[in-house]
Design a protein around this ligand. Structure first.
Ligand code: ZN
Length: 227
């Protein structure tokens, strides 16, 4: 059944992390950092969950409540079992749950299965050098308020070819110190749901504290909710 939404109500967001990120950088996890940025932006009702919660923090009840699932995983992808992945896919495709995988979550099972693609990339480099996030579709709602783009002072390089099906909408392309480029803001429609992959956010750099990144994530969550 499709989701019934009161468009004036706050967007209900489940902010989830596997919690491998260093506490020195993210004392409340990336799930907590995302919750904070959305509360600051306003218009969101946010709950946080982690892989260590009952049912991996992704139970039927957790997902049923949410309009958008923001997801961060890095080294514990395979701990998310097939039944949980199937539950996420059902909510996205049949109920219209939005799915927003961050950064290394391109190797997560729900992302790969929703796209029916490996998602993987041929190379990366943790060199702490600047990355420029270029807005390539200026009239897209996820690009609102971001002008031509912005520079992240320290970021991890991700390299093309990114093994994804062509995005239905491409919002950001990032460039890196070695001249590499990467499709860093990609949208897909999957059944009743929307998927937005956002590349910035290596967990040992303070990327999710940067204003433009926070705006991009908030815009992405709204888009995933169909707002
Ligand atoms: Zn990383």
């Amino acid at each position: 059944m499709a989701m019934v939404t009161d468009i004036g109500a706050p967007v209900r967001v489940l902010s989830w992390s596997e919690r491998s990120e260093p506490e020195a950088m993210y004392p409340d996890g990336i799930d907590g950092a995302v919750a904070e940025m959305l509360r600051e932006a306003g218009g969101f009702d946010v709950r946080t969950a982690t892989i260590d919660d009952p049912d991996l923090g992704l139970s039927e009840v957790d997902l049923e409540w949410a309009e958008v699932l923001v997801y961060f995983s890095h080294v514990r992808h395979r701990e998310v079992d097939d039944a949980t992945v199937a539950r996420i896919l059902r909510h996205v495709q049949q109920r219209g749950l939005g799915f927003l995988p961050l950064h290394s979550s391109l190797d997560s099972k729900p992302f790969q299965e929703l796209l029916d693609h490996p998602g993987r990339l041929p190379g990366w480099r943790e060199d702490e050098k600047p990355s420029r996030v270029w807005v390539v579709q200026k009239d897209h709602p996820i690009a609102a308020g971001l002008g031509d783009g912005f520079v992240i002072p320290a970021e991890e390089m991700y390299q093309e070819p990114f093994n994804i099906p062509p995005p239905d909408e491409l919002v950001f392309v990032s460039s890196f110190a070695g001249g590499e480029v990467f499709r860093s803001g990609c949208c897909w429609y999957r059944g009743a749901g929307r998927v937005f992959y956002f590349q910035p956010g290596h967990e040992t750099y303070p990327v999710y504290y940067q204003a433009e990144v926070r705006r991009a994530v908030a815009n992405g969550v709204r888009w995933c909710a169909g707002r």
